[in-house]
Design a protein around this ligand. Structure first.
Ligand code: DC
Length: 226
């Protein structure tokens, strides 16, 4: 395969609420690339394990769930529907309780190992936008464009607050900030694949930037490299 045909992988890592999800979707659409939302896979493992009544701290119970995950991503006009064991869980995996669960299961090395090949299988022509925490460090270390998108915990909590409000979920802002800090702490301190920028990643702090500004910056980085 020549370089021209080889699918381009662009990794976008960062903490939750940094805008990664929205921007990854925007970039994928703009470039006509495929999209890997790796956080959704960890959320699915958490939800599937919770449905089975498993203790999320029990790595030996959760790892087989990750390996055997029966999931389909159905690409629709406006959004991708996520189907787990024939049930549409697109909204269910975004609940706060699943967010916390995902962060717990993501700390198990055997769960991460179990999802590795599934994530790499998303690479397809003409390219892939890989959204997560360890896309640039562990899953696609050879990616030619690596972006680490971050923002202050307060700014991220504010964005999440608005998202949840729009969905009609009632949440307390102070609790959200505390939850985000707890999750950041666990995601960045865990022994395997902690949340950190790859050495060759470009760091973008979106605290005081609009989505459009971040998008333009990312697109410029992609155009430079590809
Ligand atoms: O991006 P998100 O909020 O949907 O991710 C859910 C959880 O999964 C988050 O707590 C961190 C974890 N995660 C991870 O450890 N590695 C990834 N590549 C993606 C997500």
């Amino acid at each position: 395969m020549t370089n021209q045909q080889r699918p381009v992988v662009i990794t976008i890592d960062g903490p939750s609420g940094s805008g990664k999800g929205t921007l990854s979707q925007m970039l994928a659409r703009h470039l006509g690339y495929n999209l890997l939302d790796s956080g959704a896979l960890y959320r699915l493992v958490a939800l599937a394990s919770m449905k089975r009544g498993f203790d999320l701290a029990e790595e030996r119970l959760i790892a087989p769930v990750a390996l055997a995950l029966n999931v389909q991503f159905r690409v629709a006009e406006d959004a991708t529907r996520i189907i787990l064991d024939d049930e549409d869980v697109t909204d269910a995996i975004r609940q706060e309780v699943v967010s916390m669960g995902a962060s717990q299961v993501a700390a198990h090395p055997a769960v991460r190992a179990g999802l590795l090949e599934r994530q790499r299988a998303f690479v397809a022509a003409p390219g892939l936008i890989a959204d997560g925490r360890d896309m640039g460090t562990e899953v696609f270390p050879a990616a030619p464009v690596k972006i680490f998108l971050t923002a202050s915990a307060e700014a991220r909590a504010e964005r999440r607050f608005k998202q949840l409000q729009n969905k009609g979920e009632s949440v307390n802002k102070a609790t959200l900030i505390a939850d985000i800090r707890e999750r950041d702490e666990r995601d960045s301190k865990r022994a395997v694949a902690p949340l950190k920028p790859a050495v060759d990643a470009t760091i973008i702090d979106s605290t005081d930037m609009s989505i459009e500004q971040v998008f333009a910056r990312m697109l410029a980085l992609v155009k430079q490299a590809v």
